[in-house]
Design a protein around this ligand. Structure first.
Ligand code: NAP
Length: 264
């Protein structure tokens, strides 16, 4: 059945692939980005900065006025910051939380009354494997994804009986614009050399990551499923395996495994 879908961060990476595939499948897709996109795309683009409540309201109003419903919300927009934890400024921490966490929360709260009125809807929140275990020198990125996990798991209790489903998607490393858009905190602290070495491993994992089309196919599958799972892990086998390992071994042993991977 044709759905009205709103996807944030559809100018690049996962969002662009998801919006393209869902449009090809016949859904009415609205993608968002902070800037006007001039490229010809198979879906409609709206300007939305998820850090601005006004911008969120305006975009949701536009979709609702045209379609009188929103069936699927894909909270995908996000950014990264890398650097030494102690050397990160308050402004940088606020920026990443405003984008990755508060942006998702504010948009969800704008769309929920529409879905509640419809008595149905699907919210897909883009978390990360970094929402299950922290990645060194991406502490605040991981913290935003942990916050998304807590928020989503909590909200799900309150959506019971409403007809609205909430799904978390946890990708491993994928080759998108994420690596290039990441902000670097280059301030030097006690761990600066370790940070530089670790960053090489992080970037190698990302640039050698999986094809983001796979995430688009997964989202399409979730939308078609009348009874989706609460969480979908996606990515290379060893990265998904890390989550199983985390559930089996002691926290100390798991810390050692991750530490070893990043050469720390
Ligand atoms: N790539 C990976 O390996 C990976 C793994 C796990 C999770 N993720 C998550 O997947 C999501 C998408 O990332 P991606 O990999 O596709 O990265 P990407 O290619 O850099 O795309 C990020 C998208 O987010 C949008 N965005 C950034 N800040 C925004 C803001 N303030 N308001 C509105 N839109 C904003 C960007 O649009 P504009 O710049 O045009 O506004 C862009 O379309 C993120 O939540 C990320 O954390 C990625």
């Amino acid at each position: 059945m044709k759905k009205v879908v709103l996807i944030t961060g559809a100018s690049s990476g996962f969002g662009k692939q998801i919006a393209t595939l869902l449009s090809q499948e016949g859904h009415q897709v609205y993608g968002t980005s902070r800037k006007t996109v001039n490229e010809k795309l198979p879906y409609q683009m709206l300007v939305m900065d998820v850090t601005s409540s006004e911008s969120i309201k305006k975009a949701v109003e536009t979709v609702y006025k045209k379609e009188n419903r929103i069936d699927v919300l894909v909270n995908n927009a996000g950014m990264g910051i890398a650097g030494e934890t102690e050397m990160t400024t308050e402004a940088e921490i606020h920026k990443i939380f405003d984008t990755n966490f508060f942006g998702m929360v504010n948009l969800t709260h704008e769309v929920l009354p529409i879905m509640r009125k419809q008595k149905e809807g699907l919210i897909i929140n883009m978390s990360s494997l970094a929402g299950i275990f922290s990645i060194p020198f991406q502490t605040f990125y991981s913290a935003t994804k942990f916050a998304i996990e807590g928020y989503s798991q909590g909200l799900r209790f309150e959506l019971q009986g409403s007809g609205i489903k909430l799904v978390l998607v946890n990708p491993g490393d994928y080759k998108t614009g994420f690596t290039g858009s990441r902000i670097f905190n280059e301030r030097m602290g006690e761990n600066y050399e370790k940070f530089k070495d670790c960053l090489k491993i992080i970037e190698k994992d990302e640039t050698g990551g999986a094809d983001p089309k796979k995430v688009a196919e997964l989202i399409s599958k979730i939308i078609r499923n009348p009874n989706p799972k609460h969480r979908y892990l996606t990515g290379k086998f060893d990265q998904k395996l890390a989550v199983t390992v985390k559930n089996i071994v002691s926290p100390k042993m798991f810390f050692g495994i991750i530490k070893g991977h990043y050469g720390m």
